[in-house]
Design a protein. Structure first.
Length: 209
């Protein structure tokens, strides 16, 4: 849509990545940075968003992995409720092979590579230099830091965070809401809600009743 506005809405480094990324690919329309404030209870202040005309363009929810990626999901949901379209961002400097599905509000940064037949769930972020093999399924609202490698056929559940230095071996399944923070190769399946925190010598397991 020639001349349409692109609003990058969010905060912090991810807002800057989204703003400058969209500015590099915008087709004739302006790209506008919309910083969003949070109150003492971390609630979003949507006053600036409510002043926008969603019919005049599209938006992108840009927020980091805090609160298990749920704050970014909250921001995305608020924009959708206000009628904004949220197409994914794929950097021109990323390498995305054929038959890859990239869903709403996903982010694929510069230097990232995504193998044939992979799927990137909505609201997930692949920061610069991430490598996904072929046939990888990345669930919604995940966060992959620079340099993460995910092997062919691996499955990453929703709301997972993978820190720099992580290598997920081919075919491994990582359950939802995990944080892989140890910079190592993960060669076995990881149960849901398992936390590998560099501050501790053993993983933290969360069991559901």
């Amino acid at each position: 849509m020639s001349g349409a506005v692109k609003w990058a809405v969010g905060a912090g480094a991810q807002l800057e990545r989204a703003f400058h990324g969209w500015a590099g690919v915008a087709a004739g329309g302006p790209v506008v940075r919309v910083p969003i404030r949070q109150g003492a209870g971390y609630e979003f202040d949507f006053a600036d968003v409510d002043a926008l005309d969603s019919a005049a363009g599209s938006a992108f929810a840009a927020f980091d992995e805090r609160f298990g990626n749920f704050k970014r999901l909250e921001l995305m949901a608020a924009l959708l409720e206000r009628g904004f379209k949220l197409p994914p961002f794929i950097s021109p400097q990323a390498w995305v092979e054929p038959e890859v599905r990239v869903e709403t509000n996903a982010f694929v940064g510069a230097g990232a590579s995504v193998g044939h037949g992979s799927r990137i769930g909505y609201n997930s972020a692949l920061l610069p230099g991430v490598r996904l093999g072929c046939g990888v399924v990345l669930g919604p609202s995940c966060w992959l830091e620079p340099g993460v490698v995910v092997g062919d056929g691996a499955r990453i559940g929703a709301h997972c965070t993978l820190r720099s230095g992580v290598i997920v071996a081919p075919g491994v399944r990582v359950g939802r809401s995990c944080e892989l923070g140890w910079p190592q190769r993960y060669g076995q399946d990881v149960a849901a809600k398992t936390i590998f925190d560099c501050r501790y010598d053993a993983p933290i397991f969360t069991y559901e009743g």
